[in-house]
Design a protein around this ligand. Sequence first.
Ligand SMILES: Cc1cc2nc3c(=O)[nH]c(=O)nc-3n(C[C@H](O)[C@H](O)[C@H](O)COP(=O)(O)OP(=O)(O)OC[C@H]3O[C@@H](n4cnc5c(N)ncnc54)[C@H](O)[C@@H]3O)c2cc1C
Length: 484
Amino acid sequence: MGEPGIVIVGAGFAGIGMAIKLKQAGYHDFVVLEKGDDLGGTWRDNTYPGCACDVPSHLYSYSFELNPDWSRMFAPQEEIWEYLRGCASRYGVLPHIRYGARVASMEYDERALRWRVELDGGGVLKPRAVVSGIGALHVPSYPDVPGRDAFRGTAFHSARWDHSADLAGKRIAVIGTGASAAQFVPRIAPLAGHLTVFQRTPPWVQAKPDFAFSPAARRALRLPGAARALRWLIYAAMESRALGFTVHPSLMKAHERMARRHLESQVADPELRRALTPDYTIGCKRVIISSDYYPALTRENVSLVTGGVKEIRQRSVVDASGTEHEADVIIYGTGFKVTEALQELDIVGRGGVKLREAWRDGIEAYLGVTTTGFPNLFFLLGPNTGLGHNSVVLMIESQVHYVMECLRLLSRTRATALDVRPEAQREFNRKLHARLDPLVWNAGGCSSWYLDEHGVNRTIWPGFTFEYWARTRKVKPGDYELIR
Ligand SMILES: Cc1cc2nc3c(=O)[nH]c(=O)nc-3n(C[C@H](O)[C@H](O)[C@H](O)COP(=O)(O)OP(=O)(O)OC[C@H]3O[C@@H](n4cnc5c(N)ncnc54)[C@H](O)[C@@H]3O)c2cc1C
């Protein structure tokens, strides 16, 4: 087999979406390199009890592959995983995927105008273009707490759930209160002997309008246009939330009132309520969507410890006040290394410049997709294209379209590669960060994984999704150097 024209790294929503669109456009000389042994990314890795999306499934799916058969408003993990596998199969992408193929490094060969993609274990591919779909919420993050390795019981991260661990009757310590913990705590609380939840900062929580679709509702959704109409309705409702996020934090007040009412209706104990009330503007951190998290915390066998964790010992977790809590099991619900996942990539571009060097002050790209000095390298869900208010699949689809437009520009102009001009990237990012500065993620009074170690927001798109959609419709040739 000859060299593939295009390498896609990662077989999650992004990589599979890219592969489908390539296939539909008549490109067949591409390969998807996936380090895991199955596709699905997030939805393959996160198998913890209660794992589900928190954007309604009719929107958290590809626009070109609606699924009238979602069992619930917020489908569980297995169903989303199955959906992705079904898409890959239906669109003929499966033969293009190589499993167990971890990309270890990439280097641009300026003479051959090809990337040299090296795999763990030695294989090398030399494509013209590379599309990274490696995901942002992918590398588990553990808290930097002394003694973590000393623990003698069972310990695992929510994204690497240990299904062999017997939780029945055990003293379980859950560290972290983010989106994953809010989903698995209600599921494991009834099993535990005692469950201690260690909270550093309380999240804002809104009720989850979840329900199962009846067989009749699913039949109705199969009628022409019905699933599409529901998707639009959900989209409009979700996108209206962007007003508070992208215009001014004061517009978040209504959301905050709703979340406060939710807390008051579910937690009667004033002390617990106080401990669960955030002191920052809603939206600054990811808002949790859950109707069963607070009730789980009010159970007899569950306690909430505030202030975080100071130390881990052989059989216990020590809280910030120095109190020791004995534990048989520790579950880390401490999220992911978000910006590091991209930063740690071992990529060398033009002039031998390392991506890590180019990004020493922080990750940045043009429209989140291309970065100067790295021709024909495209990022899906790259810097500043995550969302706080809506489905990231919308962003992925816009980016996939943009990459296709770049490929079309290359074939139209008979160029081999394109490299974004530094001034275009600089100007884009100057405006982006000026917009982000007064917004809730930066000015909401919290620290979150949206910000990098310097406190700069490198993850979030500060506008509406339709604005991003409009800006990724066409490639402006003037923004790129075309290399022949
Ligand atoms: C529990 C959970 C729930 C979520 N719920 C929502 C939601 O409701 N709505 C929403 O919008 N978003 C949600 N997200 C965000 C979610 O990550 C994205 O929606 C989406 O799944 C990202 O897809 P992706 O393809 O970009 O990345 P991923 O799904 O992470 O896939 C990346 C793939 O790349 C592979 N890979 C990585 N590095 C390499 C390498 N070097 N070589 C080869 N392969 C590699 C990985 O193995 C993986 O399969 C959720 C995230 C989590 C963790």
